[in-house]
Write a protein that binds this ligand. Sequence first.
Ligand SMILES: [Zn+2]
Length: 926
Amino acid sequence: MVVSLPLLPTMETIPSVLKKYFGFSDFRPYQREVIEKIVEKRDCLVVMATGSGKSLCYQVPPLVVKKTGIVVSPLISLMQDQVMALKQRGIKAEYLGSAQKDFTVHSKAERGQFDILFMTPEKACTVPTSFWSNLLKAGISLLAVDEAHCISEWGHDFRVEYKHLDKLREVLLDVPFVGLTATATEKVRFDIISSLKMDNPYVTIGSFDRTNLFYGVKLLNRGQSFIDELVREISKEVATGGSTIIYCTTIKDVEQIFKSFTEAGIEAGMYHGQMNGKDREESHRLFVRDELQVMVATIAFGMGIDKPNIRQVIHYGCPKSLESYYQESGRCGRDGIASVCWLYYTRSDFAKGDFYCGDVKSEKQRKAVMESLLAAEHYCVLTTCRRKYLLEYFGEKNSADRCGNCDNCKVSKEERDMSREAFLLMACIHSCKGRWGLNMPIDVLRGSRVKKILEAQFDKLPLHGLGKNYPANWWKSLGHQLISRGYLKETVSDVYRTISVSSKGEQFLASSTPDYQPPLILTLTAEMLGEEDNGNTQEEFKTLSTSELEGFSEAEKTFHQMLLEERLELARSVGTAPYAICGDQTIRKISLTRPSTKARLANINGVNQHLVTKYGDHFLQVILKLSQGLNLSLDGEEKVPMASLQTNGVTKVSPLTNKSKKLTSAKFEAWKKWHEDGLSIHEIANLEARSAPIKEQTVAEYLLEAAQEGLPFDWVRFSKMIGLTQEIISEIQGAISKVGSTDKLKPIKNELPEDISYQHIKTYLSMRNSGISLETFQSGSNQTGKDDELAYNASNFPDSTLETCPDRHCEDGISAKSLAEQCDLEMDEVPLPVNSSEEQKLSNASEGEFTRKRQKVSETNEENSTKLKATESSVVEWMKNLDEGATLSTILEHFNGSSEDSVVELINGLECDFLIYRKGNVYRVL
Ligand SMILES: [Zn+2]
């Protein structure tokens, strides 16, 4: 039986902590559950992909329970970056380690003066017990071990110091332990849990799928001309402000590529193990702070790098394992913006197994190294979806066959029936008795007479020489395809790999004869076509450029670029990284909406309290200046890219129920057919794909709901389709004015002629309520050019609205325009008549409501001292008790003793001060 306990008050503050410090109004998957478990003091193991928001899991609980959180992290530079970014969120963070020059940190930390305290594992194990006992008195909310896979000898980054962290368990008895890692196999997971002596931990394993990353692989032709081309292409990305890391397998490559950048006049950073510590630190610092946009490095660079806005990670040479590839490429696009991971390899990369095994003593570990390299090699030569292969390697079995965002899914490749060649190769491997790698059977097929072949008498095989027509690399490529499709099996023993025919391959051989083979369609790879010079690299780079700003006008693009520069300037002046001020996603949102007030700025996702209080005025000035210069209006509505609508749906909050609702897929489909495919309501209702037609009225309701949810909507076309003319609208307005309310539709309908339907009334109300400006409507009708009837005059709409407001002149100094603006404001907050029920209540939604409010306002002077006045404290106190939050209408209704203007102003102020925040149309207390 499940007993649900009431949430502790601390739990309720979790969402407000998220908005206040991080600027987000929603958690990403898994975060909230983990945070709640930690607050409940349960041990947790968090396995989540880089970029999926792992660190938030340990950053929020200390702020919720108001006790220090200890974070063990492997690298000083990583800790420094994290401390820098947390400080910009107004969080008290510091680190303890050899590089800490401020000697007061230790004693402050001991007294519990930091929200989050980072430590190296060495430090955590060597601070005196008195430190822990003092800090325990102040309170410790958690001990988090970041990059926890370093604890396991099975992990690819084993660090012996991590092994000693278990000692802390005896000291920190009542403190939840949290292990976090981006890559962990089952063995590693088990190791983390047992090494940290976790007690019944809550284990979360998120998806490894980083949907915003594009994966691509290219065969590389080592040489200066290739590097020059690479440098040219990356330079273009640099021009648009994107950061790039180029990972090389050798220091020599790092130096060569770095030199090419310098010669091309591009400032790049360099990072490898032979540089001195100071130079490396400087390189790291400049890159993180966007002073350098390109980093050429060995994999020594960037373990756990905390920079979220890297747009490209390029591997120049095949990495030594798929785990490390996944981790290194995972540093790309951590802010969720589309980013690109390219891997360039040469065949000689695959022969480095011996090299990687150099220091490895045990046979078991050598086998592990070889198998990792083999997996990376398979990834390179794959002809099927790369993402699927990656995900399956990390244990996610149910991914789609084609992701649509990797080179193999995006670029159609030539295919042909290679059943005869496959038969020859498999038969030859079969004859060689599976004791060899791929090279031997290929040499046999190609008719080689080297000593090894003669000794084994393979020259006597009937297959000897039958494959002369193709070069060895052609056959290798075929071999790799047969491996990835399961016809051949490659196994590793010590540092040797052997190839054999799998049972699937045996079946193929059994159903074949030398004259007949069942068809086997395979891909003609670059190796098969002999394309090593990457003639089309440039083309692909172009088509996959990440700098596209979807939905931006030219002026907005300029605005965006200038705002990025302003952020860089600001970051320089305060000595921090631009991303620590605010993320690239947030800059994009600001560029699209251009808020004019602090309240509007505060409402943007990713804007936290610290940013508003510290830099709010500066940002608003810059936004105003740039907008004026570019002739852009302020306070625009954010345009939502279609792609995100389809995946996330659209969530807004209906004030009627105070519950969030989403467009169902049926409604969204109907809207798509109408808006994108141009179908009529009649056509949508009678689609062949439907098992039975649906009512046209239902389709119209769906479309109205989509419009209300903010999807693009052609009101002119819709009005025409349902026969709503301006005459009808005038009549409806007259009827509403007579009835004096839109609480019920029936009385309005009763005032109207028979031929004016409920549909007409609802559409009129929806149009007004959806907050579309009249200009939009008008320009829509201008576009069609023939809707004279519907070419509303921008001035007559507000007027006719005002006519329904008996006390239109009741307030001093309020012009028709500002009243209309208030109407608009009000309309933003009201719901739509979405229910098909004719008696649908429109309680908050209408002129009646508006009228009533104006009346209330005018009445306040003479009557009713019981009416509630809104003050900062009364609003906050009242809202504290509203679990579901409140819409503006609800607030106005409750505080009916204050004028609408003053309430709106008050609410704006509270929002600026982060005492309340808005999510959709609903306000909640922080
Ligand atoms: Zn794919």
